[in-house]
Design a binder for this molecule. Structure first.
Ligand SMILES: Cc1ncc(COP(=O)(O)O)c(C=O)c1O
Length: 382
């Protein structure tokens, strides 16, 4: 499917609002709502069939594996990005004196899981952004023999800066450092090949650019490092076995499976997976490259217009640095927000900035009311 009008028709919210806020939370498509209600109605009327639910989980796994070019068994379902990052932070066996490299643009959900290990003597090292950019050389400078992890958002939530995953991935690979990517502002709207980029772990909540519901997301852990990460949680749904063991007092011992499915434990969020899978299928029908080209065209068009009107853009604008997020500095955020609200435009106003984020259902025409709001608020010239 490549007809962007048909895609837009999937999102009834556009009948009365202009949604430019997917970096916060996505508008819901008809396909998602039908999949989730369909799941619940079937469960209600038939009592549900766990085998068929588990079959659905495997189909969903396979769709996500195609999306990022990995194997289905390298994907597990998580509640949200933080759950994935915490799983890794607890699972890799950090010891006192180890260090983790973060940067000063990261979202708090990719900071707190690591800060939580400072109390065990783990050091968190910060890379300073350079005009809104996190550069490979700056990451390299912070690395040493005790660096265990570099954890990085592939697209920064504040300014939309798209990181050089290839460059940073290569640095990590050379020094045997775990490369962890938070892809929540990336996956679903920009292409990503986890294999080619040397990504060891990728975590992504479903409710932003993947166009899914809350409370469900995906985690990828590469085959080459999955055995180094011990699941902090275990249960009947983990790909594990409880085996008889003479060494253990209880006579029983746990043996985890050898792939990423071992991070799943109890009953799963099946209805969430039904919704997320419907969205992922819809995205895959168009394809990541086509979606990326569309949103980068939107990015260029919006930047041109904002610049013509003298806006103060703070997003990096290099060729490979652009994403589906653009941020503008505001003079009077409160006033602007009230004007946006009155005009049925949805975007994020925060910390003195306006964050505009878009997806393949948006058109260049969606920027007209936004520009008008900026003019009405005297944020930009007429
Ligand atoms: C970069 C980044 N990571 C993580 C999150 C959210 O984390 P979670 O999926 O755990 O709610 C956000 C969103 O607000 C984000 O922008």
């Amino acid at each position: 499917m490549n007809d962007f009008q048909t895609i837009r028709d999937e999102f009834p919210l556009f009948a009365n609002k202009i949604h430019l806020d997917v970096a916060f939370k996505c508008p819901l498509s008809n396909r998602l709502v039908q999949a989730m209600t369909g799941f619940l109605v079937d469960y209600q009327m038939t009592g549900g069939n766990k085998q068929s639910w588990l079959g659905m989980v495997e189909r969903a796994r396979s769709i996500f594996s195609r999306m990022i070019n990995v194997k289905p068994e390298d994907i597990s379902f998580i509640k949200n990005t933080s759950e994935g990052l915490n799983t890794i932070a607890w699972g890799i066996g950090l010891t006192p004196g180890d260090n983790i490299i973060l940067n000063d643009l990261e979202h708090t959900n990719n900071v707190q899981p690591w800060l939580n290990h400072q109390r065990f003597g783990v050091e968190v090292r910060w890379v300073r952004n350079q005009n809104g950019r996190i550069l490979p050389d700056a990451v390299k400078e912070r690395m040493d023999g005790r660096t265990r992890v570099v954890s990085l958002s592939s697209v920064q939530y504040k300014n939309g800066f798209r990181s050089d995953l290839q460059g940073i991935g290569e640095l990590c690979r050379k020094s045997d450092i775990l490369f962890v990517v938070d892809a929540i502002q990336h996956l679903g709207v920009l292409s990503l090949d986890a294999k080619r980029l040397n990504i060891d772990v990728l975590c992504c909540g479903g409710h932003k650019f993947l166009l899914g519901p809350h409370g469900i997301g995906v985690m990828y852990v590469s085959e080459s490092c999955v055995n180094r990460i011990i699941p902090p949680f275990a249960g009947i749904n983990s790909k594990n076995q409880v085996v008889e063991s003479r060494q253990e007092l209880s006579g029983k011992k746990i043996c985890f499976g050898g792939d990423t499915r071992k991070f799943e434990y109890g009953y799963m969020n099946f209805v969430g997976i039904a919704g997320l899978m419907a969205s992922a299928e819809m995205l895959m029908e168009t394809g990541a490259n086509t979606i990326e080209q569309h949103v980068l065209r939107l990015n260029h068009a919006l930047v041109n217009r904002l610049q013509q009107h003298g806006a103060h853009l703070i997003s990096p604008l290099g060729d490979h640095e652009r994403s589906a997020i653009l941020t503008v500095k505001l003079k009077d955020p409160q006033h602007f927000e009230s004007i946006m609200l009155k005009n049925n435009v949805i975007a994020t106003v925060r910390e003195g900035t306006l964050r505009i984020s878009f997806h393949y259902y948006n058109t260049i025409g969606d920027f007209d009311p936004l520009i008008e709001c900026l003019m009405l608020a005297n944020e930009i010239d007429r």
